[in-house]
Design a protein around this ligand. Structure first.
Ligand SMILES: [Zn+2]
Length: 77
């Protein structure tokens, strides 16, 4: 899954799902994982939202810190 970096601190942006109060339609929220004030983005295009949700579905649940830590040793050869 592609990660978008915060424009300020370079940290990964977390994708969250939210729901419109009036419309009740789902939309995506991109939030800086380091400091939510840095970057916040909203995507309401339903086609785009559905595609993203289809990819991340299954991993829905409780957030447990960082799911993946990059560069923690690689095996194989
Ligand atoms: Zn940031």
């Amino acid at each position: 899954m592609n990660t978008v970096a915060c424009l300020v601190c370079g940290g990964p942006l977390t994708v969250r799902m939210a729901r419109g109060r009036k419309s009740g339609k789902p939309f995506l929220m991109l939030v800086c994982s380091r400091d939510g004030r840095h970057f916040r983005g909203f995507v309401s295009d339903q086609r785009y939202v559905k595609q993203v949700l289809a990819r991340v579905s299954g991993s829905e649940g409780r957030a447990q810190g960082s799911a993946a830590s990059p560069g923690v040793g690689s095996r194989g050869g």
